[in-house]
Structures are given as structure tokens and as C-alpha cells.
Design a protein around this ligand. Structure first.
Ligand SMILES: C[S@@+](CC[C@H](N)C(=O)[O-])C[C@H]1O[C@@H](n2cnc3c(N)ncnc32)[C@H](O)[C@@H]1O
Length: 412
């Protein structure tokens, strides 16, 4: 047997655990199905769609791969205890019975995130406090000392989930939320969440077989996510090695390295030879996009244009347009309705049949001013904003269709 070392420490031998266990991947509302597809590609089995989450089975390699590659996951959690509790004392007693010393060392730090619903545990903070007391009391009794709390950078991040009297304790294997990809050097006023941006591209069904264009690209989140997808760059490639699972007792560095290396070997493979373009009216925000693209070394793959969208033609050939115009929430626009009317006109006049448009907005009034009937509407949340992702398939009759929509609206 060959013993491997890193920084003088003996590395564990390959394949400590191929045992399967249940995991929960958290995501945003509306992205459950695309996340399920991504998890399937990671080797997950027994996939079940939940509300803003997907449950699945897999071994530690699946856990590593899901963390490293899933573009639409916010966190990968591992449930490790499940029981019923009918009071605070009952919760304390049952948490105390868990063999915490098998999970973490006394010198580790931890924190607890909690969500509760139902009538028994009405204060999630108090339930978390009871859970924390039980953990530290057990350590104190067994070791004469206790692990410390760290709300910023804990070794172990636990999730306490209570639904009525049903308690689940989960370990967060990701640590910092997976939307923090590590490529953001600069942002505009209203940058899009990276997980949502990747989700929009997947919902729009981009197969990297045509051009991609964002006419209001801001700091470039959609462009970077598209370029990463086209180049097979893993979602967390720029994050460094910042994952909570690396501090777990069962962490196997060789398995992790082999997952990471096999994913990294795919970078640049494939035959993407289409254009990725972005445009924005605001030079300052466009410079942020450029900075982010340079950081990712994707600047050679993405063209940026400065100006108003109605003056910029999309790239030649079949083009998928995915965009996130101002909603009037964080970016104030003098006349939002007029901006959306101009968007609809541009879709018809400049884009035409060879383009398909997907647009996300939370402004349901301005949305009507596009004057085209969307062929699909998907409900999503952008932060706390109730949004719709609209799909416009542009065809010869779009002009006529616009007139019909206007006539229909005048009749209402
Ligand atoms: C919600 S932000 C887009 C944020 C972007 N998705 C990101 O992740 O940074 C909307 C963008 O539309 C741009 N914009 C507003 N009016 C425009 C116009 N007429 N032409 C082009 N861009 C415009 C704004 O400058 C702003 O950057």
C-alpha cells in the first residue's frame, strides 16, 4: 500500500465510504426540477422534488460532486437525526442523547440555523438555543469542556428544522451559500443571484448550440454563468476550497480530489463555437462586468457593448436572449412602462424570428406594455420579489400579435 502525505499529514486511503445516505439540496422557488436534473448527472438516486429543495440519495462522492458542480443548488444538507419532540425539555433531552462526539470534536466550533412551524415551537431562536444547550452540556459532561459557537465561520453548520413536533437535524456540507461562486469582483446596483441566473439559463433550455445575448447585462452574471456552462467550468471552480464538508470527520481528501480533478478535466472540452454577448447603457456597470469576466478569464469568450438595447443588434444567427431589465425596485427608471414598450418594439424590429427571448420581471404592470403574448410564464422568486419569467417566441406575425394583445387589453 502506498501512503500519501500532504503537509506532513498522512492522507486517508481511497474510498472510506461508499454507503449511501439521504441528502437535501436547497434551491430557489421554481428551480426544483432543473436542480433535480443536475443532481441526476451527479449520480444521485431516489430523487424527490420538495418545496424549494430536492431530496436524494448518494454517497460522499455524490455529496462532493453536487457541491462542486450543481449550478442551481444553494446548499447540500445531510440529515443525521430525526425524532418527535412535544416540548422544549423533550427537545433538549432528545438532542442530548445524540452521540455528538461521533460527529465533531470538542475543539470544533459550530452554529445552528433554525426554522420552525406549528404551534409547539413558535420561536425558532429559542428552539436553536435549547439545541445548543443540549450539545454543549453533553460535551461538558463527557470532556469537561465544550465546543464554541461561531456564527461567522463555524466548522459545523447545523440546520434545525421543526415541523409541528417533527424535528430534523441536518449538517450543511456547503458552508457559505453556493451562490457565492467567488468570481464577483464588482457589482452594479441590482446584481442577479448567481443561482437564479444559472436557473434562468437552464429553464430557457439553452443547450450551448446557439448564441447567447443579454441586452441589459449589468455586471454580467447571466453572461458569466452562460460562459461557464458553455466551457464546462464547474459552478464552484472560482470558489477555492471553501466547503464545510472539508472539516468533517468523514472527509476523504483523496475522494474529493478525484471528484474535483475529473470535473476539471472537462473544462474547455465540447464544441461550443457560438457567440456570448452583453450590452448595457451604464458604462460604470459594464466596467464591473468586464472586471468579473477578466477575473474568470472568460473575457475572450464574451463581447460587451455599450449603449441602449434598441441600438444593438444581437449576434448573427440563432440567438437565445435571456435578460433581467430594471423592475423599478432597486433601479429607478423614470418611465418603466415606456421602457418595456421599447423592449417589445425592439424584439420585433431588431430581433425577429431567429431569436427567442426570456425575460424576468416583478413589475406585472410594466410587463403588459411589452405588447407581445408570452408563450410561457414561470413563477419565480428573486430574493423576496414575486417574479415571472416570460418566454417570447418571435415569429413573422409578432407585429400582428402585438396589435391583437393591445386590442384585447383595450377591451378589458
Ligand atoms: C436589473 S439590472 C441587470 C442586472 C444584471 N443581471 C446583473 O446581474 O448585474 C438592469 C440593467 O439594465 C440596464 N439598463 C436600463 N435601461 C437600459 C437600456 N435602455 N439599454 C440597456 N441597458 C439598460 C441598467 O443599466 C442595469 O444594469
Amino acid at each position: 500500500m502506498i501512503i500519501q502525505k500532504e503537509n506532513g499529514k498522512v492522507l486517508p486511503t481511497e474510498s472510506t465510504s461508499q454507503a449511501k445516505f439521504k441528502m437535501i439540496a436547497k434551491t430557489m422557488m421554481g428551480l426544483e426540477e432543473v436542480l433535480a436534473d443536475e443532481l441526476r448527472e451527479c449520480g444521485a438516486t431516489d430523487i424527490e422534488l420538495l418545496n424549494r429543495a430536492v431530496a436524494f440519495m448518494g454517497d460522499m462522492k455524490v455529496l462532493y460532486r453536487a457541491n462542486y458542480t450543481c449550478r442551481t443548488a444553494l446548499a447540500i444538507l445531510k440529515p443525521f437525526a430525526e425524532f418527535n419532540a412535544v416540548s422544549d425539555q423533550d427537545l433538549y433531552d432528545k438532542v442530548y442523547q445524540i452521540r455528538w462526539e461521533k460527529i465533531m470534536d470538542v475543539d470544533c466550533t459550530f452554529m445552528i440555523d433554525s426554522t420552525t412551524s406549528g404551534e409547539v415551537f413558535t420561536h425558532s431562536y429559542y428552539a436553536a438555543l435549547k439545541t445548543k444547550d443540549a450539545i454543549v452540556d453533553r460535551f461538558r459532561r463527557n470532556f469537561g469542556k465544550r465546543p464554541s459557537i461561531d456564527t461567522e465561520n463555524a466548522d459545523y453548520k447545523f440546520n434545525l428544522h421543526i415541523n409541528d413536533t417533527h424535528v430534523t437535524l441536518l449538517m450543511n456540507s456547503s458552508g457559505e451559500s453556493l451562490h457565492k461562486r467567488g468570481y464577483r469582483q464588482g457589482v452594479g446596483v441590482a446584481p442577479m443571484n448567481e443561482v437564479l441566473a444559472a436557473g434562468l439559463i437552464k429553464l430557457a433550455g439553452w443547450k450551448c448550440d446557439c448564441n447567447f445575448y443579454d441586452p441589459m447585462c449589468g455586471s454580467g452574471t447571466l453572461l458569466i454563468e452562460a460562459a461557464m456552462l458553455a466551457n464546462h467550468i464547474p459552478a464552484q471552480y472560482y470558489r477555492g476550497d471553501n466547503f464545510a464538508f472539508k472539516r468533517w470527520k468523514e472527509f476523504n481528501i483523496l475522494e474529493w480530489k478525484s471528484v474535483k480533478e475529473s470535473e476539471n478535466r472537462r473544462i474547455g472540452q465540447g464544441d461550443f463555437d457560438c457567440e456570448i454577448w452583453g450590452n448595457d447603457i451604464d458604462m460604470a456597470v459594464l466596467q464591473q462586468a468586464e472586471k468579473n469576466l477578466e477575473y474568470t478569464k472568460l473575457h475572450k469568450d464574451v463581447m460587451l457593448f455599450h449603449g441602449s438595447f434598441e441600438d444593438q443588434e444581437p449576434p448573427e444567427g440563432r440567438t437565445l436572449i435571456v435578460t433581467n431589465p430594471p423592475y423599478g425596485e432597486r433601479i429607478k427608471v423614470e418611465d418603466l412602462n415606456a421602457l418595456y414598450t421599447k423592449l417589445g418594439d425592439t424584439f420585433k424590429r431588431l430581433y425577429g424570428e431567429r431569436c427567442e427571448v426570456w425575460l424576468i420581471t416583478s413589475d406585472f404592470e410594466a410587463m403588459k406594455h411589452i405588447g407581445l403574448k408570452p408563450s410561457r410564464k414561470i413563477a419565480l422568486l428573486n430574493g423576496s420579489l414575486d417574479c415571472r419569467l416570460l418566454n417570447f417566441e418571435l415569429y413573422e406575425g409578432s407585429k400582428k400579435a402585438k396589435k391583437n394583445v393591445e386590442a384585447e387589453e383595450n377591451l378589458q
